[in-house]
Design a protein around this ligand. Sequence first.
Ligand SMILES: [Zn+2]
Length: 378
Amino acid sequence: VPFFTVIKKSKKSRARLGILHLTHGKVETPAFVPVATQAVVKTLAAEEARKSGAQLLIANTYHLHLKPGEKFVKKRGGLHRFMAWDRPLMTDSGGFQVFSLGFGRDHGVGKILSKKVGERVRQGAQPQKIQITGRGVWFRSIVDGKKLFIGPKESMRIQSDLGADIIFAFDECTSPVADKEYTKNSLVRSHQWAQESLRYRNKKQKIYGIVQGGKYQDLRKESAQFISGLAFDGYGIGGEFGDNKSEMTTMINWVVDELPNEKPRHLLGIGHPEDIESIIRSGIDTFDCIAPTHYARRGIAFTSRGRLSLSKKSFLTDAKPIDTSCKCTVCKTYTRAYICHLMRASEITALSLITMHNLFYFNSYVALVRQKIKKGAL
Ligand SMILES: [Zn+2]
C-alpha cells in the first residue's frame, strides 16, 4: 500500500481528498491535527480525544526531550503506548522552538505578524536566548536552565526514540521580523539540515521536509523546489505567513505550486475555523492548530454561529447546549448554564467539556469539507 493516495482532485480548486496509510491506521485527508504538546491533548483522556474524532495528533519533540526525556518514553514502549493513543501520531522537529525561544520571544511576535515592528532582524544577528550554529542550536532548558544542543542529528534520534508515525526534518523557523538577507542565509542552513535529517532519520518512520522562506516569494519557491527534490515522504510548510490572513493563502499557493501532487502536505501551526476552507482549497492535506484546545481553557467555545465566551454571566440562565447543531456528547448532555457555572466556580471539568466540544467541532467541520470535495462543491 502506498503511504499516501489521492482519491479525488477538485476541479474548482487545489483541494483534494486522500488517505494516509500509517503503521497505526489510516487518516482521511484533509484532516485537522489536534496538538498534544506534552503527550496529552490538554485536559482530555486519550479516549475522550478519540471520541472527538481526532485521527492524528502532533506531539512536541522539544518539550518531551526536556521532560520526561525520549529515553524514558522509549523504555515505556514509545509514545503511542506511553500516552495510550493507538491512532497515528506526528512529532515536530523541535525547530519551531528555535524560533519561539529566540527572535520570536525577543520581539514578542507569533506566526502572523499582527503589529508593526520597528526593527528588522538583520543578517549576522543572534537572538538573545539561543545561539544558532551551522550544526544546530544551543539553548537553555526551560525546566532546569541547563545548556542543551539540538541539531538535525539530535532531532532525528529523539524523534526515533519517541516513535511517532510521521516525523519532521529539523529546520529554523524564521521570525516574521527577519530581513531578506537573514531569511536567505537561514534557508541555506535549513536546507543543509534537511539533507542531514534524511541521513540520520529512522527509516521506519515517514519524514516530512519543511519549506521555509518567510514572506519572500522567490525564497519560498526556491525552498519548495529544493525540499521537493529530496527523498521526503511529504512536506511541511512552516514559518511566518505574512502580515495578515489574506496574504497567508497567497503564500501557501506559491509553495503548493512547486510541490509534487502525489505527496502529502502539512501546514504547521495554522487553522482557525475561518481559515480552514481556504487552507484546504490551497491544497493542504493536514494542518495542526492549538486554537480549539487553547481557547477552551479560556472558556471559549467555537460554534456554528461563532465563538462563545462561556464564563459570561448571561449564560447562567441559558438552557441550550453549547451549539444546538452539534452532535458531540457534551452538547447532548450539558447546558450552557451548567458549563458557565463550572467556569465561574473555577471547576476544571469546564475546561475538559469545552475542549471536547471544540475538538469535535473542528473535526466535524473538516469532515464536512471532505464531503463538499466529494460532491464537487469545493
Ligand atoms: Zn458540541
